[in-house]
Structures are given as structure tokens and as C-alpha cells.
Write a protein of this length. Structure first.
Length: 480
């Protein structure tokens, strides 16, 4: 028995190159769990975004179908990273694109009094087409070429910008920052939250924010003392504290499992093949469909490229040119997952920026991705497992990842404005516009304009110039 166990461990290590990448099985398991906890919110958030948080009439059916499809595509996409790319990254339906899906396909149907299921399936058809385009670009090497053609200043700024973006997500999820109609954002209003309340009610109102800050401090203390698994220790500790201090119990909803699978089979699975009706309506409808395909392609392509550079940099998985190792395999995995998403019944699947949380926990191989995918699979039968871990427990990890990734910006040559301005714009526009691709777009536009006017534009800058032109057209032609 011991010999068989040793043989299995040896094969596992050989397949994933765990020792070679300076990791071990325990660390990879912790990293996989950390990634899952950091991105598990997508399980319920994605169907909420696609239906705009409504479950009335047909939207309830769509919610159920998207719920199942979201989990399945996360499992498929993350397993591709595990077995094919062998990298510690995970995939799921992209935030932002799911809201764009609602605005482009579900909302028009609602406003026109048409079937939202028809709009949903037409959207799936567009996702399927964009996935096929992704796949062609990936197989031909075009996506890898575009990624490697990015100027050095943007390659260094993108990970830092993603760090700020991740930190913003963490602060927002925890409630540490909140909207303000006059100043745009503000710190959580502690006084307003507790005013006029009894002690326990006041504590419940501020508990998520206090515990999130405590979680961040705990990570800092444990990391300073070089305690392994600091992030997962923080997640579990804050989760326990949350339920004990607020005197609540996590809830499981088992009633919707059968209904969700039923709706998934009826309208989600291969529903894309019923959505060809989007081309009906003449030249205008065809042009609109083409613009939508291009838009989904552009946003997903540069979200993925940005995420890969950010997470690979954090994991020390960049080659001598500063590009992610096995970037072609990552692109293939991302493309196939998007095609799978269209067929299964959900919006664009992309490499998740929260993968950096698992990398920060020590993940270096595809074994971490395997653990993450198994956790997602469990959500199909424990609806929703993700809800057990409160946002205040996972948010500190995202903020900490932002701290780690910001160091990349120190490598930008800030003495040359031709590099400094595009890099800064890429850095700051990601959190301010809540979009990785927008940050890359504005940085590329600034880089191109400055290079052209100063006479520094060279042949190698043609690709980034094309990116700038495409995004400029998207900004003016498509509402996001």
C-alpha cells in the first residue's frame, strides 16, 4: 500500500512538475482551495448578472440554466488549465461581459415584449461564434503573437493595474468602500451604520467590514512570520468568526437542484444552435451581430492577455522576454472554454483574475487548478456551496494580491514620458473603469499616439497600433 501511494505521488509530481516548480502537493491543494474561495461568488453572480437579479417568469428559467452552465464551464475551463496547460489558473464566466450579455440580448427582449429565452439563445449563438473566432486565432498563433507584441512598458504596467483592480474588487466585495453620489466612492460609513441601533444589530451591520480588515491584518502578520497557507488560514478563521459573532448559520438550498438541471436541459444546453434568428432582419441585423461578435472577441482577448501577464508575473512564470510560459496553451484553453460556454448556455468564459489569489498562496502547477475544478463541481450538488464562505473572508485575499502585484510597476521606466504615461493610464484605468481590457486599450492608444507624434514609432509597434484603432472604434460604436 505504501509503495503504491509513493508511486502515485511520484507520477503526480512528474505529470505536474510540482517539485520542479518549487511546490508540493499540500501547497497546491491550499492554493486550489484559495482560488476557489476567491472566485466562488461567480456561481450565483453570473446568473444574477445575466438576468439582472430578476427571477420573474422566463428569467427564472434562464437563471436556472445559466447557474448549471456557469458551473460546468468553470469545471471544463479549469480542467483544461490543469491537464493541458498545467498552470495554476482557473476559468469562469467573465464579469462585465455577463452584464453586457444582459444589456445586448435579454434587455431588448424585455423592452420589446418579446421572449427573453429567444434573446438568451441568440446571445449564446454570438458567444459560440466569438469562441470559434478565439479558437482560430489561438490555433494559428495570432493571439500569442498579439500578446507578445505588447510594448514592454505595458507588459509591466498590466500586472500592477490588475493588482489595483483586484484590490478594488476586494474592497467592494467586503463593503469597505461604498458609493457616494458626490465623491464617487467613500469609506464605509460606520457611524451611519450603527446610529440608533442596539448593540447586536449595530455589530451585525459593521461586522463584515471589521472582519474583512481583520482578515487583511491577519494575512500580513502570518506572511511576515512566513507561515505557510496564510491566505487559507485567514479565509477559514474569518468565516468561523463571522458565523460565531453574528450568530447565524450558513444555509443550503437543495430544492432548486432538480429544477435547475431541468431548465438547463431544455433551454441552455445547445440553445445556441437555436439563436441563429439574430441574423433575421436584413443587413442591419447582420452588421449588429458582427459588431457584437467582434466586441466580445476584443474584450475577452485582452482580459485574458492581461490576466495571464498578471498572474504569470506573480508566479514567476515569465520567460526571458517577459511573456507567460506556455502562453499558447493558455490561449487554447481559454478559447475552448468559451466555445463550451456557448454550447452549454452561458456567457463568455475567461481566465479569472482571482487565480492570482491561489498563486499568492503558493500554487505553481495545474494540480491547484484540479482542486479548484473539483470544488466547482461540488457546487452542482450543494446549491450553492459558494455561499458558505462570506465575502468578508475572501475579500482580504484579493486586497493582499493587489499589494503583491503592484510591485511590477516599479520596473516601468518612469523617466521617459513615452513609456510612463501609457503605463500609468493602463495602471489607473483598470480599477477606474472596472475593466482590464479598457486599461489595456487606453494604454495602447496613448502609446501609439505618443510614438507617432514623437517620431519613435517603429515596425514592431504596428500591432499595438492596430489594437488602439480597434478599441477606438469599439468605444465609439458599441455601448458598454
Amino acid at each position: 500500500m505504501a509503495k503504491d501511494k509513493a508511486s502515485f505521488s511520484s507520477k503526480l509530481d512528474s505529470f505536474y512538475k510540482i517539485s520542479e516548480r518549487g511546490s508540493n502537493v499540500k501547497t497546491e491543494i491550499i492554493a486550489g482551495l484559495t482560488t476557489f474561495f476567491a472566485m466562488a461568488y461567480i456561481v450565483t453572480t453570473n446568473p444574477n448578472q445575466i438576468t439582472s437579479f430578476s427571477q420573474d417568469g422566463e428569467l427564472a428559467t434562464i437563471w436556472n440554466a445559466v447557474y448549471v452552465a456557469s458551473i460546468l464551464v468553470a469545471v471544463i475551463g479549469t480542467l483544461l488549465y490543469s491537464f493541458y496547460a498545467k498552470l495554476p489558473f482557473a476559468q469562469a464566466c467573465g464579469m462585465g461581459l455577463n452584464s453586457f450579455f444582459f444589456v445586448s440580448f435579454i434587455l431588448p427582449a424585455l423592452l420589446n415584449g418579446e421572449s427573453t429565452i429567444k434573446g438568451y439563445q441568440e446571445g449564446l449563438f454570438i458567444i459560440l461564434l466569438s469562441g470559434v473566432v478565439f479558437l482560430i486565432l489561438s490555433v494559428t498563433g495570432a493571439r500569442k503573437y498579439i500578446a507578445k507584441a505588447l510594448p514592454d512598458c505595458l507588459k509591466k504596467a498590466i500586472p500592477a493595474g490588475i493588482g489595483l483592480f483586484i484590490a478594488l474588487i476586494g474592497f467592494k466585495n467586503a463593503g469597505i468602500i461604498q458609493a457616494n453620489q458626490y465623491t464617487f466612492v467613500q469609506l464605509f460609513d460606520f457611524h451611519g451604520a450603527i446610529a440608533g441601533k442596539e448593540f447586536f444589530d449595530a455589530w451585525k451591520a459593521i461586522a463584515p467590514i471589521v472582519l474583512a480588515l481583520l482578515g487583511l491584518f491577519l494575512i500580513g502578520i502570518l506572511e511576515h512570520k512566513k507561515v505557510k497557507g496564510a491566505t487559507i488560514i485567514s479565509i477559514l478563521s474569518i468565516t468561523v468568526l463571522y458565523y460565531l459573532s453574528t450568530w447565524t448559520l450558513p444555509g443550503f438550498d437543495f430544492n432548486k437542484i432538480g429544477e435547475s438541471f431541468k431548465d438547463f436541459g431544455e433551454i441552455g444546453l445547445i440553445g445556441a444552435f437555436k439563436g441563429y434568428t439574430i441574423f433575421e432582419g436584413g443587413a442591419g441585423a447582420i452588421i449588429n451581430a458582427i459588431v457584437l461578435v467582434i466586441t466580445f472577441c476584443l474584450v475577452d482577448m485582452f482580459d485574458t492577455i492581461g490576466t495571464l501577464y498578471g498572474t504569470a508575473s506573480q508566479a514567476d512564470m515569465l520567460d526571458e522576454n517577459g511573456d507567460p510560459v506556455d502562453i499558447d496553451k493558455s490561449m487554447h484553453a481559454d478559447s475552448i472554454a468559451t466555445v463550451a460556454g456557448g454550447v452549454l448556455g452561458t456567457s463568455t468564459c475567461t481566465t479569472f483574475v482571482e487565480s492570482a489569489a491561489g498563486v499568492a498562496a503558493g500554487g505553481r502547477t495545474g494540480f491547484a487548478s484540479l482542486v479548484t475544478s473539483v470544488c466547482f463541481l461540488a457546487c452542482l450538488f450543494l446549491t450553492p456551496l459558494a455561499a458558505i464562505i462570506p465575502s468578508c473572508a475572501t475579500a482580504p485575499v484579493l486586497v493582499y494580491v493587489g499589494v503583491l502585484m503592484l510591485k511590477n510597476f516599479t520596473k516601468v521606466d518612469m523617466t521617459d514620458a513615452a513609456n510612463a504615461i501609457p503605463a500609468f493610464l493602463a495602471l489607473i484605468m483598470m480599477p477606474l473603469t472596472y475593466s482590464i481590457s479598457n486599461g489595456i486599450a487606453v494604454g495602447a492608444i496613448a502609446y501609439t499616439v505618443i510614438r507617432l507624434v514623437t517620431g519613435k514609432f517603429t515596425k514592431k509597434d504596428i500591432v499595438v497600433a492596430c489594437i488602439a484603432v480597434l478599441f477606438t472604434l469599439r468605444f465609439f460604436l458599441v455601448t458598454m
